[in-house]
Design a binder for this molecule. Sequence first.
Ligand code: FAD
Length: 311
Amino acid sequence: PFEVLVVGGGPAGAATAIYTARKGFRTGIAAERFGGQLHDTLGIENLPGTPYTEGPKLAGELERHVGEYDIDLMNLARAVELIPAKREGGLHEVRLANGASLKSRSLILATGARWRNLGVPGEAEYRNKGVAYCPHCDGPLFKGKRIAVIGGGNSGVEAAIDLAKIVGHVTLIEYDAKLRADEVLQAKLRSLPNVEIVTSGQTTEITGSKGRMNGLVLKDRNSGAERRIALDGVFVQIGLVPNTEWLQGSGLELSAHGEIVTDGEGRTNLPGIFGAGDVTTVPYKQIVVAMGEGSKAGLSAFDYLIRTQPT
Ligand code: FAD
């Protein structure tokens, strides 16, 4: 069995494994796709110390870094079930889709999250070519331009307030008849001169030409009328879904949004099981945050392992 088994091979999982391997623990990583969301990311400009890199390149560097240690990297390994140890100090079990079963004294769950897509024509085609999901990451690319934010919940309205400072004009589009964000955020949004708020608006298509998006088609859900808005970019803010479906019913505490509930040290409600990165309740889903949380969870696992007798 492993002493540390990391489930997930994104920035959080990679950071954890490097920390625990350096402590001399028998460490494994089981990942559906090593690198995680980095494979969907083009330019990265907010990783301090690295002014510019690209997602697939950073994923390659993480794999090389992991490879410098005695870490058992199992790629294309999808976890489907968690069976926690019966007693503190006992072995936890993770079952994989290929039928294999892995056992470990401690587990770090770092299965990340995925942005909910609109699912309309043009969205996939113009992803990273105008269609964006992360305002902290891609906001500065649209300096002075016309953009839309889709989604009138807290994340959409926060994104619109944030982006209004950088871009020329923001159209916020909400599907429902009214915004769902906290009133204080809505009031802030309404006070901004370069923001238009559209409610009962359904985006039916993202349009583009010459490999770049140039607008979207907006349908008024009351009248049925459609109009085209010319835009340089669109931020889709209709939810970030944690990859925790496989943990349902395991006894691990999840939040109302399905995130793994962790404390300041990455501990979950189950002894010896830790969480890190986008999959947890820790706010601000960013690479540097995921790496920091992964390192912390690794050190917490170290602390657990040296204080707990194997049973
Ligand atoms: P992830 O990167 O999501 O990795 C999760 C890992 O778990 C993957 O290896 C996955 O295959 C695996 N996994 C999932 N389910 C299972 C399972 N059941 N069994 C086994 N393995 C599983 N952040 C920035 O800081 N700067 C940026 O510029 C930036 N740009 C972004 C652009 C895009 C388009 C996107 C989508 C995200 C961007 N982000 C950016 C966010 C950043 O990518 C994430 O915050 C970060 O990758 C989170 O790391 P993580 O390790 O927690 O999760």
